[in-house]
Design a protein. Sequence first.
Length: 90
Amino acid sequence: MPVYVFACQECGSFELARPMAEASSRTCCPTCEREARRVFTPPRLTRLATPARRALETEEASAHEPRVVTEKRGRPLRRRRESAPPWVLH
Ligand SMILES: [Zn+2]
C-alpha cells in the first residue's frame, strides 16, 4: 500500500498508508485529531517481504528511490544483482 505524507498544523507531518483511491482525501492527525492535509510527495511503496511482491515493485521503486538508480535515470533498470546472478543470461 502506498504511503502518503500528511501535515498537521499543530504536530507537523506524518505518514499514512492508505489505498491509492483515497490518496487525496483528508484525514485526521493521529496525535491531536485535527484535520490534516496531504503533502504532495511521490508515493513511497511499503516494503513487503514476499518475493512476488518485490519483483512487481522493483521497477516502480527505481523511479522514486535514487539509491537504486546507478545510471540511465528514468528508464527501467536491469534487475538487481541478487535477482540476476552473473551466470544467468537474459
Ligand atoms: Zn496534530
